[in-house]
Design a protein around this ligand. Structure first.
Ligand code: ADP
Ligand code: MG
Length: 853
């Protein structure tokens, strides 16, 4: 069995836990703290700092202290949530080339996924150092409102950090698991409200617990409300105190501001346990001023009252939206650091009655502990490549041999991104990774305990050979074997204790082997965090599955639309997720196009249906009355769906190019096309490997254009030679043949520059011989490839034969006559071809509202 880390990757703080002797347990970080601030910074010598040391650099190097990056994960720059969060940042955030958010750190731009990967890698390293065993798998929690792309982005960050992400679960579900509440739920179930007030966000979730399952009934919240607001309120109050004493023109400078802010947080935290907090701030105002005051709890409560009231209002709203009443809520769980504020529990107690408020588990630890519990409830591990279910004890997929563990990672010395130590260079900054330098770090990662061995409970360093911790008495025995670098652990070591009889069962156990108690907890129903719908012809979003609908859906949800359009057009059904009335203001999830049946008139009914599976993957079906039916699964990807559409379009073009020319392509050309397809496949699957998708698309477009042009030129040249041979001068013929063989050679050598130059030369040469030859070539092509109507083809053929006879008998006058006739027929053929608009040139149509019948 492999150890799995439960990770609460928070906006403000991240906490990790694991299962030990059947119980979830927090793993402290290298600074011996239970929570690691989700902050990335750089030290004086440019070294990477993560956590409280990074946060400590705020006063000195604010623009290189990256905080709250979770707000940007999986979102686009123009997302209103991103725009709203921009105001409060010290660091630079810009729109990335792919429409995503770019965060600037230490002179480089990073994606929010990369910053998250740096944090996750640090959490993993610290846990390994503390516990003495590698953690190659993780369960990561996300807010219940996270959409498709945000979940996918979180998984990608885990993969980058060297973790195989077994599951991504909802934070409120994790909280309930930490309380072990699922075991207490009677047959009729219990309704639990999770009130999560963190540093910068407030989330409410209503859960229904029945034995063996947790379902989400409703979610609500405010993304810009939390402990930071309370800190700011105290900061403002402290500034007032200073001004009262020293005059109203006092303005805090760059050094004072962060000092006052951190004093404010200390005040807030102290007031959770005591009635008053002493503040002493010396050396303010360039060393001139001293603030000495006592901050009392009532003053603090007055400052934050309005914000706490807002959380109560949102709580009522969430209950109402779930079609429940306050009386239906059996219990309220307090989660998040800010719920330690006494006013919170007091206000909730007034609403629900103090008995229903549960606070048995530390609110800062709750979510991570639940993630650890979840790690023992997972019964199989899904292959990241082929999606086949695998055995938990396996390290590689039995179907495709892909690894079921996270890969080894070292922090790149150039850009700090976690990278594979076996790579030659960092995929992001191209820093050359010296094998010699990287190897010891990799070895340390495989067996970190060989270097540091501390008590897993309190962190006190232990002497070699010690069997118990000197400070807390914790047994150290089990670690000796681990220190040797063994990665596999006995199943019971990573299993969960049965609440009924106390026996520890291996992970994935359904019922306790000893007492038969149900161990498994599933999420049979979750609810959609946002509306899901399609774009109508007028640009509005037609909602098919509204926000707060439970899934997986037992049967697909369908809605009828109509479509007006001719048989030449395509019907496009684009799926969006979001709250905005205008479809394109929301997140594009994917799309599907169908050809409309021929001879369509008026308004034709179209049936669109959505099915949602356990993973929230959408199965989209579109059925046109009297026409096609098409069904696709819209896979979750991290790539911006708009770019994905472009990538897929490019792939279709490459495919049709290779289909069209097939056997005529050289091996080099086929290889090149395959490589392009592979790169684009990776991109479509969200694996950009540090490359810009825009740049890759541009390269692919250029290459395809070059190949098409070269291929087209050569084809034309060979037809030109074939049909005009007997009419051409021997010297012209020689020159044309030389260019043809040059072109062929370059193509075979995959020398695109050379091939393009030769193609240009060929085009020029053909043109220089005059319009008549082009006309002759094309007339032959029209006839032989049946591109024109049979009547016209017959007339062209008659003239071509006449011309041949005239040339053979050297009758120049007759030859000229046939040429003139052919010129007219050539023009006629072009008109005939031009009258037929190519179907794809007409834009697609979208469904319209069916309207009342
Ligand atoms: P997130 O889920 O956003 O990462 P946390 O749950 O870690 O947030 O909560 C962090 C917030 O909790 C911070 O604003 C911090 O100041 C606040 N906090 C932590 N402990 C206490 C306490 N004892 N009293 C009041 N606030 C606290
Ligand atoms: Mg949290």
């Amino acid at each position: 069995m492999y150890r799995t880390l439960g990770i609460d990757l928070g906006t403000t703080n991240s906490v990790v836990a694991h299962l030990r002797r059947g119980e979830p347990e927090i793993i402290f970080n290298r600074q011996n703290q239970e929570a690691t601030p989700s902050v990335v910074g750089r030290g004086r010598r440019g070294e990477l700092l993560v956590g409280s040391t990074a946060r400590g650099r705020l006063a000195l190097d604010g623009e290189n202290v990256i905080r709250s990056v979770k707000r940007f994960v999986g979102r686009r720059f123009r997302d209103p949530q991103v725009q709203a969060a921009l105001d409060e940042l010290d660091y630079k955030v810009t729109a990335g080339t792919d429409g995503d958010v770019n965060v600037w750190f230490d002179g480089r731009s990073y994606t929010p996924v990369e910053i998250s990967a740096i944090i996750l890698h640090r959490l993993k390293e610290d846990a390994e150092q503390r516990f003495g065993e590698p953690f190659q798998r993780a369960v990561i929690t996300v807010p219940a409102y996270f959409g498709e792309r945000q979940v996918a982005a979180t998984q990608e960050a885990g993969r980058m950090a060297g973790l195989h992400v077994l599951r991504v679960i909802n934070e409120p579900t994790a909280a309930a698991l930490a309380y072990g509440m699922t075991n207490e739920a009677g047959d009729e179930g219990r309704t639990v409200l999770v009130y999560d007030l963190g540093g910068g966000t407030f989330d409410i979730s209503i859960l229904l617990l029945v034995p063996g399952s947790v379902s989400v009934l409703g979610i609500e919240g405010d993304n810009l409300l939390g402990g930071d607001d309370f800190d700011r309120a105290i900061t403002t109050a402290l500034l007032e105190d200073i001004r009262e004493e020293y005059g109203s023109d006092y303005q805090p400078d760059r050094r004072d501001r962060p000092r006052i802010a951190s004093a404010a947080e200390v005040v807030k935290i102290e007031l959770s346990n005591q009635e008053a907090s002493d503040v002493v701030l010396a050396g303010l105002g360039a060393g001139q001023l001293v603030l000495e005051t006592v901050f009392e709890r009532p003053r603090f409560e007055e400052l934050i009252e309005a914000r706490i009231e807002r959380t109560i209002e949102l709580t009522h709203k969430a209950i109402m939206q779930a079609n429940l009443t306050v009386g239906d809520i059996d219990e309220v769980l307090l989660v998040g650091g800010s719920t330690s504020i006494p006013l919170v529990a007091r206000r909730l107690g007034e609403v629900f009655g103090p008995k229903r408020i549960r606070r048995g588990v530390n609110p800062m630890q709750c979510v991570a502990l639940g993630a650890a519990v979840q790690s023992a409830l997972v019964s199989e591990v899904e292959c990241p490549e082929c999606r086949a279910p695998g055995d938990l004890a396996a390290s590689a997929c039995s179907n495709c041999a892909a690894s079921l563990l996270g890969g080894p990672r070292v922090s790149c010395p150039g850009c700090h991104l976690p990278v594979d130590p076996a790579a030659d260079a960092c995929p992001k900054c191209e820093h050359v990774l010296e094998a010699a330098g990287a190897a010891p770090v990799a070895a340390a990662q495989a067996a970190p305990a060989a270097q540091t061995r501390g008590c897993p409970r309190c962190g006190t360093p232990a002497a070699a050979g010690a069997t118990a911790c000197e400070l807390c008495g914790e047994t150290l025995g089990g670690q000796a074997g681990a220190a040797a670098g063994a990665t596999s652990t006995a199943a019971e070591d990573v299993g969960l204790r049965c609440a009924g009889c106390g026996v520890v069962n291996p992970p994935g156990t359904e019922v306790c082997a000893s007492c038969g108690e149900l161990m498994q907890v599933t999420n049979p129903f979750d609810i959609t965090p946002k509306n899901l719908g399609i774009e109508l012809n007028d640009g509005r979003l037609a909602v098919i599955i509204p926000k707060n609908t439970s899934y997986p859906t037992s049967a697909p949800v369908s809605r009828e639309f109509v479509v007006s359009g001719s048989g030449r057009q395509r019907l496009e059904v684009a799926v969006y997720e979001g709250e905005h009335e205008i479809a394109q203001q929301n997140e594009l999830i994917g799309h599907l196009t169908l050809r409309l049946p021929a001879g369509l008139g008026g308004r034709t009914p179209v049936d669109v249906s959505f099915g949602l599976d356990r993973d929230r993957t959408i199965t989209l079906s579109v059925r046109i009355q009297g026409g096609d039916e098409k069904t696709v699964k819209l896979e979750r990807v991290t790539l911006d769906p708009e770019l994905k559409v472009q990538v897929e379009d490019q792939q279709r073009q490459i495919e049709s190019f290779t289909d069209r020319w097939g056997a005529e392509l050289t091996e080099a050309e086929l290889r090149e096309a395959q490589q392009l397809m592979d790169t684009l496949d990776d991109m479509a699957a969200g694996q950009t490997k540090g490359q810009s998708v825009d740049a890759a698309l541009e390269r692919a477009q250029f290459q395809l254009k070059a190949q098409r042009w070269v291929r087209g030129s050569e084809a034309y040249l060979s037809l030109f030679l074939h049909y005009c041979e007997k009419h051409l001068d021997p010297s012209d013929l020689r020159r044309l043949r030389a260019v043809a063989s040059e072109l062929r050679l370059r193509r075979e050598a995959a020398d695109w520059e050379g091939a393009m130059a030769a193609a240009a030369h060929a085009d020029e040469l053909c043109d220089s011989l005059g319009h008549t030859f082009r006309m002759l070539t094309m007339c032959n092509v029209y006839v032989n490839q049946s591109l024109v109507s049979p009547a016209l083809a017959q007339r062209i053929m008659a003239e071509l034969r006449g011309l041949d006879r005239a040339v053979e008998s050297a009758n120049m006058e007759a030859a000229n006559r046939h040429n003139s006739a052919l010129l007219l027929l050539y023009a006629e053929a072009q008109r005939e071809l031009g009258d037929d608009p190519l179907p794809e040139q007409v834009g697609p149509v979208r469904p319209e509202e069916a309207g009342p019948r």
